[in-house]
Unconditional design. Structure first.
Length: 235
């Protein structure tokens, strides 16, 4: 670990599932009650905006009832304490705010954020924590045209150039709680390998891309991540 200066960490649904956030695969959760095509695509929003806005209102309400777990807090600590050694970027596929509530400040949300709104009329983005199904006006243009500021299937993830620039400079790429099935994030490990980085997977079970990692550690993120952070900071 002595030669590690620049770290890129990718987190997925597995890190927040331990806090009680529904994933696509959760039985009885919000996603099981709705087809992804209906609530997580531009086409679904065009067909039934009331359904989509109500769905994300429910997700926003559910977010208020959960707390960050030890994995989020550990990454927040790592971000705070790594600054004098090199660069660290946390990239998350999650739209919740648990990383921030766990102490991390520079998180890149490649799939957007539940607590943010995008105006379809003027393309303004702003913090949002209310009910979009009430059709509140945009704070800039006043049009009742707000949608969740999340990346739906078929849309381009945010800040890809910044992510790839960080991966090109990374000495270590770490994937936490990801399935390895959703692109482009699933391809980051190969990009990191091509650039000479070490690669580490921390996951409940082997992902679809486990064979691309130099090392896979299996178990709950709330147990694995704090141990790994202690290991990194002790070097």
């Amino acid at each position: 670990m002595e030669d590690i200066r620049n770290i890129v960490i990718l987190t997925g649904a597995g890190i927040s599932a331990e806090s009680g956030i529904d994933t696509f695969r959760d039985a009885g959760g919000l996603w099981e009650q709705h087809r992804v095509e209906d609530v997580a695509t531009p086409e679904g929003f065009a067909r039934d905006p009331d359904l989509v806005l109500g769905f994300y209102d429910m997700r926003r309400e559910a977010l208020a009832r959960v707390e960050p777990n030890p994995a989020h807090h550990a990454l927040g600590r790592l971000e705070r304490e790594w600054g004098e050694r090199g660069n660290l970027l946390i990239v998350t596929q999650n739209v919740d705010d648990l990383h921030e509530r766990g102490g991390a400040k520079g998180v890149l949300h490649m799939h957007g954020e539940l607590k943010s709104a995008l105006c379809l009329a003027c393309e303004m983005r702003c913090p949002f924590d209310g009910a979009m199904s009430d059709r509140p006006p945009c704070p800039v243009c006043q049009a009742p045209s707000l949608r969740p500021d999340v990346v739906w299937f078929g849309e381009m993830p945010y800040q890809m150039e910044r992510i790839y620039a960080a991966i090109r400079k990374a000495d270590l790429f770490v994937s936490i709680g990801t399935s390895g099935a959703v692109y482009p994030a699933a391809g980051f490990v190969r990009d990191a390998l091509d650039c000479g980085a070490r690669t580490l997977e921390l996951n409940l079970e082997r992902s679809e891309g486990s064979h691309w990692f130099h090392e896979s550690r299996l178990g709950p993120a709330g147990e694995l991540v704090p141990l790994w952070v202690e290991e990194v900071l002790a070097r």
